[in-house]
Write a protein that binds this ligand. Structure first.
Ligand code: NI
Length: 137
């Protein structure tokens, strides 16, 4: 029997953003990105689920220490993004549109170096209760 298990940790952050392409008019941005193109920005309550899949360590019975995962998420994601304007205050989104898709990829890339190479990482990011994306590299 394969003793691979997936462990998950939920986190949350609030952030402001604007979806737009600077070379497009406000009208064109509104047409493509809807309300998320509001030039004055707006916020979302992002819910994040970080999952790590790996072999259960025979000594500890853990895939990984969830307290450690909690601390990594806090340091790499919550401190970086919570109560920030993603477009204006984060390096990653200065020229990258902060769509839920792109935010999930950025979160993955920030966390990946902290997860063991033989473990799988998956990010699920909710922009609203009903809209969410999944990315696993
Ligand atoms: Ni939005």
């Amino acid at each position: 029997m394969d003793n691979k298990v997936t462990v998950s940790r939920k986190a949350h952050f609030n952030a402001a953003h604007r979806l737009f392409k600077p070379e497009w008019s406000d009208e064109k941005n509104l047409e493509v990105f809807g309300k998320c193109s509001n030039p004055k920005y707006h916020g979302h309550n992002y819910d994040l689920v970080v999952s790590v899949t790996g072999t259960v360590d025979s000594e500890t019975g853990f895939v990984l220490n969830l307290k450690k995962l909690k601390d990594i998420i806090y340091r790499e994601i919550e401190e970086a993004f919570d109560h920030k304007n993603l477009n204006l205050e984060t390096e990653e989104f200065k020229s990258l549109n902060p769509t839920t898709e792109n935010i999930a990829i950025v979160i993955y890339n920030r966390l990946r170096p902290h997860i063991k190479a033989d473990q799988e990482l998956e990010i699920i990011l909710y922009e609203t209760e009903r809209n969410f994306v999944k990315y696993s590299g």
